[in-house]
Design a protein around this ligand. Structure first.
Ligand SMILES: [Zn+2]
Ligand SMILES: [Zn+2]
Length: 227
């Protein structure tokens, strides 16, 4: 099947990619041409065993921080690092609101999410972001790949996490509410939380806290496109 690259509009001619050797399977539909794709950096060993951060087999500083805060037994996975190409991608996708770009990583997300368990709840945008952008970027990334449960409600915050420095991010108070309409997911033995970018972990740990405060006692794992 021929298609155009969502980033540069070049016609995509299929060539065998290192990624396919890595996952042992050919990708059925591609949205990135080989030239654009090679600008992204997939997370390969060595990486942090707890959150997937590239660089070392040792637990990273962020994970040590969260453990010191009393969090145990969390497990996060991610596919790509936040490199300059990824920065540009999110600028076009989220800041300029180019909705077609939601498809760019779909084949890779499909492969990965097949191995994770439902229910899948995603980290939503707040209402004011929704209104400005007219779509939810995290929902856009994962929609059509796995069934999504909108169990978290994002409360309005003064600034988005992306506009804050590390210390400010970590200190941001809880910004999620649980949507009681989705009470039944609390019976599941495991819940998977999905996000676009894992930076300090603040967002994921607020999501975990929100589920725990609602009474959820099962296992929670999380996944993001980027770490
Ligand atoms: Zn391209
Ligand atoms: Zn880590």
């Amino acid at each position: 099947m021929t298609s155009k690259c969502v980033l540069c509009q070049q016609l995509i001619i299929h060539e065998f990619r290192p990624w396919e050797i890595f996952i042992g399977k050919q990708i059925d539909q591609e949205y990135l041409c080989p030239r654009c794709f090679q600008e992204f950096q997939a997370i390969n060993q060595p990486y942090c065993p707890t959150c997937g951060r590239l660089g070392s087999f040792q637990q990273c500083q962020d994970c040590q921080y969260w453990q010191a805060q009393g969090y145990r037994g969390f497990y996060h996975q991610a596919l790509f690092t936040y490199n300059p190409a990824m920065h540009d991608y999110f600028k076009r996708y989220k800041r300029y609101g180019d909705y077609r770009l939601r498809l760019a990583f779909q084949p890779y997300l499909k492969q990965k999410l097949r191995k994770l368990e439902p229910p899948f709840i995603f980290v939503p945008s707040s209402q004011n972001h929704w209104q400005r952008r007219l779509f939810d970027p995290v929902m856009g990334l994962f929609e059509g790949i796995v069934p999504l449960t909108p169990a978290l409600i994002k409360l309005a915050t003064d600034r988005s996490q992306a506009q804050k420095n590390r210390q400010e991010r970590l200190q941001t108070p809880q910004f999620f509410n649980f949507n009681p309409q989705f009470q039944t997911i609390l019976q599941a033995p495991r819940i998977t939380i999905l996000d676009d970018i894992y930076t300090t972990g603040r967002t994921i740990f607020h999501a975990i806290d929100c589920l725990r405060q609602t009474g959820y006692r099962g296992q929670i794992q999380s996944f993001s496109l980027v770490r």
